[in-house]
Design a protein around this ligand. Structure first.
Ligand code: FE
Length: 339
């Protein structure tokens, strides 16, 4: 009898232990829209049997939530866009380092945090868009040259509160220093066609509508306008073309969407499995294509639409540097009068 009880206790504790350690779930907070990630997560579940619980929200709201929840957060992973936001998450203490040979081998070093706090999953560039027929691309060369007075009243770009612009300016500080970047920003702002308003798509729409001749926007907005169902957006996108700036020096500014493991992660093995799945060839192709982005994994082709804009040299600056320089960039833009 006594032996039987001991056996029972052993069996019970073994089964409790198993179910605890093998929790077949992973919890993901994502600042990306559900449609951009859900089918991929379902595929991951089919392949691994690991269930993914997805919470979506705005980047800043999710970060705030992670900070508030602290150690009690149910989240294992955090997906957000822009190295500036990923850096903020690391600084806020809500991420922990991950060491994965696979992630390090597949993702170029400049597109991930050197200490493993976050990893790029897709790339986007922030080039210049010019109105076809109004601007000869031969007139264009670099971001720096947009400060030239020939562009007075001809440039549309969104506000300085936007992280994409902050990262662009941070990349210029990294390349040419703060002093030159501030002089550039002051002259650049003087060339704006209107006080900044709207998002990236609105800049392309404004250019197409004749309000300006140049617009700055992320490539996926342009790609989604071209391939989406909205005919008026497609028409606006058809009126402009991509110009890749700084091809003779550092390259065009790029950024990433990325993922990091939370400090509170309880399902860390599953979390790493999901991170590794997201950089698999199949996942890379789908994840990049569904939002007109470029894969981070070499050898995975971009969509036909993106390929039609031609190859370009991208700025190889370590993206974490843009996070480090974010506060300087914000102050600089403010001094330059960039609303
Ligand atoms: Fe965006």
């Amino acid at each position: 009898m006594r032996i039987q009880i001991t056996m029972l206790v052993l069996l019970l504790s073994a089964s409790i232990h198993t179910s605890w350690a093998d929790s077949n779930e992973v919890n993901l907070y994502s600042a990306r829209k559900e449609a951009l990630i859900k089918p991929l997560l379902e595929e991951f579940t089919t392949e691994t049997g690991i269930k993914v619980n997805l919470v979506t929200g705005k980047a800043s709201a999710l970060l705030k939530r992670l900070v508030t929840e602290g150690r009690n957060s149910p989240a294992d992973l955090f997906i957000t866009v822009d190295a500036g936001n990923l850096y903020r998450a690391r600084e806020a203490g809500v991420l922990q380092p991950v060491s994965s040979q696979q992630l390090n081998a597949v993702i170029p070093a400049n597109l991930r945090d050197a200490d493993g706090y976050w990893f790029g999953l897709s790339q986007r560039a922030r080039p210049i868009f010019y109105v076809k027929g109004k601007v000869d691309p031969k007139q264009l060369s670099t971001y720096e040259a947009l400060a030239d007075s020939q562009w007075k009243g001809r440039i549309c770009i969104r506000s300085s509160s936007n992280i994409y612009n902050q990262s662009l300016v941070a990349s210029m500080i990294a390349a040419i220093g703060e002093e030159k970047t501030e002089a550039w920003a002051t002259a650049f702002v003087a060339n704006f066609a209107r006080p900044p308003k709207g998002g990236d798509k609105d800049q392309i729409k404004a250019a197409a509508a004749g309000l300006c001749d140049l617009a700055i926007a992320n490539t996926y907005y342009f790609g989604n306008m071209l391939t989406g169902k909205d005919q008026s957006l497609k028409k606006a996108a058809d009126a402009v073309a991509v110009f890749w700036p700084n091809q003779d020096d550092r390259g065009t500014h790029i950024n990433v969407s990325g993922v990091g493991m939370t400090s509170a992660a309880k399902n860390s093995d599953n979390a790493i499995k999901l991170m590794e799945y997201l950089v698999s060839e199949k996942a890379q192709q789908w994840y990049a294509e569904v939002n007109s982005e470029y894969p981070v994994r070499e050898g995975v082709p971009a969509s036909k639409t993106l390929q039609s804009w031609g190859e370009f040299k991208s700025d190889a600056v370590e993206l974490s540097k843009l996070g480090e320089l974010n506060a300087d960039a914000v102050k600089l833009m403010d001094r330059a009068g960039w609303k």
